[in-house]
Ligand binder design. Structure first.
Ligand SMILES: Nc1ncnc2c1ncn2[C@@H]1O[C@H](COP(=O)(O)OP(=O)(O)OP(=O)(O)O)[C@@H](O)[C@H]1O
Ligand SMILES: [Mg+2]
Length: 349
C-alpha cells in the first residue's frame, strides 16, 4: 500500500510518501527562518506560507519518490490513500493541509484518513527501524504544545494517564530561551548553551501535582525568571525581555544547563512513577520535538527505551503516513472528505 501524507499543523509544510514500511520521500519545508526574526510563530503568517508552499512540497514528494509520469505529472494512480494531520494545531495552518488533502482525495478519488498529530508523533518511533517498540508501552509526548504520558496496549489504542496542567515542556524551553536572549526555537538553543554550563549552579523546584503523573511547567518558568532577576540585582517588575542585556555569557550557559537538567529530571521522575504504576510495560517511547534533546537521550538511555530518529522528532509527514498505516491495519475506515472535521481537540480520542 502506498500512502501520501500531508502535515501543516504549525510552521512546517510537509509531504511524505510511504510504501508499506519504506519511506519513498519525506519533504519538510520549515518556516523557522521567518519566525526567528519575531521570536515565535505568528499564526496568520504561518498559514499564508503553507498556502504558498504546499503544492510545490507535494510535487517534490512525488519527484523524490520517483512517482512521476512520462509527462512529469504526479502519478496519482500509484497512490492508495491520503492521510493528513487534522488536529491539534494552529487553525489556519491546519486548514491549508486539510483542505488540500480533502480536495486531492475528491479529485483523485482516494480514501482520506485524518490523523491526530500526537498519534503521529508517537508513531515516529516506527519509522526506518527494524527494532520497534513492544506493547504494552508508555509514550512520553514532549512537544511545543503538549506534555503527556500515554499508555498503549496495542496499535491505535491510546489512553492519556498524565498531562500538563499548564505549559508544555517545549513551550517552557522556548520561553526561558527568550528570557536568556537565546534565539528561537528555544529548545536547540538552550541545549547548545547548556553544553558549556554548570547544571548544578541553580536549583529549581520540582512541582507537585494532585495526580502524580500530571506535569506543571509554568512554575519552573517563573522560578527561572525570578532567579535571573535576583542574579542581575533587579526587582520583580523588571521587564523579562530586557534581562538578556544584563546577563554574562557564562551566566546564560549556567541558567540553560540548570533549567535543562531540572526539566529532564522532572520528565524522567514522572515517567518512573508511571512505570511503577504499570509494571507490565515492555517499552518506553519518547516523541515530539523535545525528544531531540541530546542530554535527555543520554539520561534516559536504557534497554527498551525508544527515541525517534532526530529527523523525525519534529513535525514531518512521514510520521503521519506511518500512523495512518497502523490505523488502516487496525480497521479504521476512511473519512468522507465532505465531512472532514477539524474542530480543535487536543486530547487523543
Ligand atoms: N534539542 C531540543 N531540546 C529541547 N527542546 C527542543 C529541541 N529541539 C526542538 N525542541 C522543542 O520542540 C518543540 C517543537 O516540537 P514540535 O514541532 O513537536 O512541537 P509542535 O508541533 O509545535 O507542538 P505540538 O506537536 O504539541 O502540536 C519546540 O518547543 C522546540 O523548542
Ligand atoms: Mg508537533
Amino acid at each position: 500500500m502506498i500512502i501520501l501524507a500531508i502535515e501543516s499543523s504549525c510552521d512546517e509544510t510537509a509531504c511524505a510518501i510511504l510504501k508499506d514500511d519504506e519511506l519513498l520521500s519525506n519533504v519538510v519545508v520549515s518556516q523557522i527562518d521567518i519566525f526567528k526574526a519575531y521570536g515565535g510563530v505568528i499564526p496568520e503568517v504561518a498559514a499564508r506560507n503553507h498556502l504558498e508552499t504546499i503544492l510545490p512540497v507535494i510535487d517534490q514528494a512525488f519527484s523524490d519518490a520517483k512517482l512521476k509520469t512520462k509527462d512529469d505529472e504526479n502519478d496519482w494512480s500509484k497512490i492508495d490513500a491520503i492521510a493528513v494531520t487534522h488536529t491539534p494545531g494552529l487553525l489556519g495552518s491546519l486548514l491549508i493541509g486539510t483542505l488540500t488533502a480533502r480536495t486531492l482525495a475528491i479529485l483523485h478519488n482516494k480514501p482520506l484518513y485524518p490523523i491526530h498529530h500526537l498519534k503521529s508523533h508517537i508513531y515516529s518511533n516506527w519509522l526506518e527501524t527494524e527494532h520497534t517498540p513492544e506493547f504494552p508501552l508508555l509514550a512520553l509526548v514532549i512537544s511545543g504544545g503538549h506534555t503527556q504520558i500515554i499508555r498503549m496496549t496495542r496499535h491505535n489504542d491510546f489512553k492519556i494517564i498524565g498531562t500538563t496542567l499548564d505549559d508544555a515542556v517545549g513551550e517552557c524551553f522556548d520561553k526561558i530561551a527568550k528570557i536568556l536572549g537565546l534565539p528561537y526555537p528555544g529548545g536547540p538553543s538552550i541545549a547548545a548553551a547548556a553544553e558549556h554550563g554548570n547544571p548544578k549552579k541553580y536549583a529549581f523546584p520540582h512541582p507537585k501535582t494532585e495526580n502524580p503523573l500530571d506535569f506543571s511547567f509554568s512554575g519552573l518558568k517563573t522560578a527561572v525568571l525570578r532567579t535571573v532577576q535576583k542574579e542581575c540585582g533587579v526587582g520583580l517588575d523588571y521587564p523579562s525581555h530586557d534581562l538578556k542585556n544584563l546577563l554574562k555569557p557564562e551566566q546564560i550557559s549556567d541558567f540553560a544547563a540548570s533549567f535543562q537538567k531540572t526539566a529532564i529530571d522532572i520528565l524522567l521522575e514522572k515517567l518512573q512513577t508511571a512505570y511503577k504504576n504499570y509494571p507490565d510495560v515492555k517499552s518506553i517511547v519518547f516523541a515530539g520535538g523535545v525528544s531531540a534533546n541530546k542530554a535527555l537521550r543520554k539520561a534516559a538511555n536504557a534497554k527498551n527505551v525508544f527515541f525517534p530518529e532526530p529527523k523525525f522528532s519534529g513535525d514531518n509527514a512521514a510520521m503521519v503516513a506511518i500512523a495512518a498505516k497502523y490505523e488502516i491495519e487496525s480497521g479504521v475506515k476512511p473519512t468522507d472528505p465532505y465531512k472532514l472535521d477539524i474542530s480543535p481537540r487536543s486530547a487523543i480520542q
